[in-house]
Design a protein around this ligand. Structure first.
Ligand code: SF4
Length: 384
């Protein structure tokens, strides 16, 4: 379907082009272990059949690179690689994919003494040599600490925006223009604000839109819909992802939801934003869509169990975040009242910034409920 778009420049990703007035592309990401070639190839095919224009795969190490090569041999889908912290793997994966996503906030982890500009130049060289596009993927929970410290800690949008803008400026300065940008947050209102501000400043750069860690359906779809409607109707956004916590067999629902949202926007079937805002003052559960890094296959079930056992607190203005791994879990739970993130055989729990401890999968729900009750009691918690 064709919705009026801002005049962004076209960026080709394999067989599709985003921006330049092209239809909005719906994309997704595999939640399988990348090194499980059969499962990953099957999920790529599942997503592509549902209509994904691009499928992203996380690569963490050389084993994953080898697996990605085997997956590449089984599909013609447009593949994007998520480099996580390992930007040094770009040269190995670029021949296998059509797009490379890097997170500016993860570049400092390896070779911290090397300036980020050198690293981005290396990424752009690799992308240029292998006919790949780049995505500068900025995420609320992992903004470059050097940028974050320039801002008031209460300002979460300023650092994201500044990080995206400085990377755009740098890529422009070295003549690499085949890139898009994403600015993701788990709060739909912040996604709208960040992307509107970016589009005002850099209207020619294609935008990848999404609400990160939107959670489980139907709540996660609604959160994403609310943000996307406000942007897409204004011509902002060239590709989208609906990030949902789903079991692997249902992962294609991300694509179906994205297509439905676009179709509804085109037909003028919109959410009543005021009505939505009135329903969002109670308990908020944030959970990641999982990826190759997820540390226990019970993660999706855990997120669902958290939703079930906390229903009694639905009217309290509390945010609980459930994340799938130890790498991003601590940062991505920072702004939640209660945070859980998975380890292989235990789940970490924190209340605000205080670590409560780590608990077995059979113990964690009871501990979470204790902490939730204590939080409600300590705040003399006002119901919404
Ligand atoms: S929190 Fe971890 S498991 Fe979840 S999507 Fe992010 S990197 Fe993947």
């Amino acid at each position: 379907m064709q919705l009026p778009r801002n005049p962004t420049r076209p960026v080709r990703i394999g067989s599709i082009t985003i921006g330049g007035g092209n239809p909005i592309v719906v994309q997704s990401m595999c939640a399988t272990k990348t090194c499980d070639v059969d499962a990953t190839a099957a999920q790529v095919i599942q997503l592509a059949r549902a209509g994904a224009g691009v499928v992203r795969i996380a690569v963490d190490n050389r084993r994953d690179v080898k697996a990605l090569a085997a997956v590449r041999n089984r599909t013609d889908a447009n593949l994007s690689v998520d480099l996580q912290e390992n930007y040094e793997l770009a040269a190995d994966v670029a021949p296998l994919v059509e797009k490379i996503r890097y997170n500016p906030g993860h570049l400092y982890h390896h070779q911290p003494e090397r300036p980020w500009q050198d690293k981005v130049r290396a990424l752009a060289d690799v992308a240029g040599n292998h006919d790949c596009a780049l995505r500068v993927g900025v995420n609320c929970g992992s903004v470059d600490p050097a940028v974050r410290e320039r801002f008031d800690p209460r300002d979460s949008i300023g650092p994201m925006l500044a990080s995206a803008l400085e990377h755009c400026e740098f890529l422009d300065s070295i003549g690499f223009l085949r890139y898009c940008v994403s600015l993701k947050d788990s709060n739909p209102a912040k996604v709208v604000e960040a992307n509107r501000r970016f589009a005002r400043l850099r209207g020619e750069v294609p935008l990848h839109l999404g609400v990160t860690e939107a959670g489980m359906p139907p709540e996660g779809i609604l959160k994403t819909r609310v943000a996307l409607e406000q942007l897409i109707r204004r011509g902002i956004g060239d590709t989208i992802r609906v990030s949902l916590t789903l079991p692997g067999a249902r992962k294609h629902e991300e694509i179906e939801s994205g297509r439905q949202i676009l179709s509804d926007i085109a037909a003028g079937r919109l959410v009543d934003q005021e009505e939505y805002a009135a329903t969002q003052k109670g308990l908020n559960i944030v959970s990641c869509p999982s990826c190759s890094r997820v540390e226990n296959e019970s993660f999706v079930e855990l997120a669902d169990r958290v939703r079930q056992i906390t229903r009694y607190a639905a009217d309290y203005p509390i945010t609980i975040a459930v994340m799938g791994c130890r790498v991003n879990g601590p940062g991505e739970t920072d702004s939640a009242d209660l945070g859980l993130w998975c380890g292989p055989s235990y789940v970490n729990l924190k209340r605000g910034s205080r670590q409560v401890g780590r608990f077995g999968y059979d113990e964690i729900l009871a501990r979470l409920k204790d902490e939730l009750d204590a939080l409600i009691a300590s705040r003399g918690c006002e119901r919404r």
